[in-house]
Design a binder for this molecule. Structure first.
Ligand SMILES: C[S@@+](CC[C@H](N)C(=O)[O-])C[C@H]1O[C@@H](n2cnc3c(N)ncnc32)[C@H](O)[C@@H]1O
Length: 236
């Protein structure tokens, strides 16, 4: 069985993602009923990276989203601590540095970048898996230039009781069973469901961001709040 527990020990999380790396993107499409593509497009629009800008895509995994940030000429550093996810990403692109995206191994809790390096930092479906969320938010703030922005795309909570109940039933019942058919590893997806249910809601995550130093924090819900996009700015 390959799964992390909710204490999210870094070695367990990295091993779990190593083990599902090959079929990770296919599983996303199926389990989200294709919604993941809409969520990724919304994230790219929120980051709005322009030519000459440098973007950090943290917990980039196989780099599924990373290349879309280069659309207007920005360069992207895709950083992750799972060697398996990085390997699959680099193999698919024919190298670790291609078409404006460079893969770099690194831990969100101690990023291998100087202060004020990036114009924009973003993390999609990664923050929930990090052992110390507040430390990761501080590290993202540290490596962002003054005036730069953060965009966090993460599973969240549906603010309507009845709909949230239906969604929780899907998460705990059907999702791990379908995932087993695709990845032969339902354990990693049981962790996914539990970690989503355990994750702070939209206002609580915004409060964590403010504590880490981010200003003008705001969010918007996607697919009724299944996913939320949080944004903030570095002021000093
Ligand atoms: C669900 S995947 C998301 C991948 C990608 N961002 C996407 O949207 O498909 C979560 C990723 O977070 C990475 N991760 C978790 N904790 C991390 C940490 N402390 N430092 C760097 N990456 C981490 C995992 O290795 C995994 O690739």
């Amino acid at each position: 069985m390959t799964r992390a527990e909710l204490d999210k020990r870094p070695a367990d999380v990295a091993t779990m993602f190593d083990s599902i790396a090959d079929r990770y993107d296919l599983a996303n499409d199926v389990l989200s009923l294709g919604q993941d593509r809409l969520w990724r497009r919304a994230t790219v629009r929120a980051v709005e990276a322009y030519s000459g800008e440098l973007v950090l895509d943290l917990a980039a995994g196989t780099g599924t989203s990373s290349e879309s940030f280069t659309g207007k000429g920005a360069r992207v550093i895709a950083c992750d601590f799972s060697q398996g996810m990085l390997r699959v990403g680099a193999e698919r692109r024919g190298g670790a540095s291609r078409r404006g995206v460079t893969f770099v191994a690194g831990d969100a809790l101690a990023l291998p970048f100087n202060d004020e390096t990036f114009d924009a930092v973003t993390i999609s479906f990664g923050l929930r898996n990090v052992h110390d969320v507040d430390q990761a938010l501080r590290e993202l703030h540290r490596v962002t230039k003054v005036g730069g922005r953060v965009v966090i795309c993460e599973f969240s909570h549906i603010p309507f009781g009845a709909l949230d109940k239906v969604y929780s039933t899907y998460l705990m019942g059907a999702l791990p069973r379908v995932a087993r058919l695709i990845t032969s590893d339902s354990a990693a997806y049981e962790y996914l469901s539990e970690s989503i249910i355990d994750w702070p809601d939209q206002p609580a995550l915004a409060a964590h961001m403010q504590e880490a130093g981010w200003k003008r924090v705001a969010w918007r819900n996607l697919t009724f709040g299944v996913v939320a996009l949080h944004r903030g700015f570095r002021a000093q």
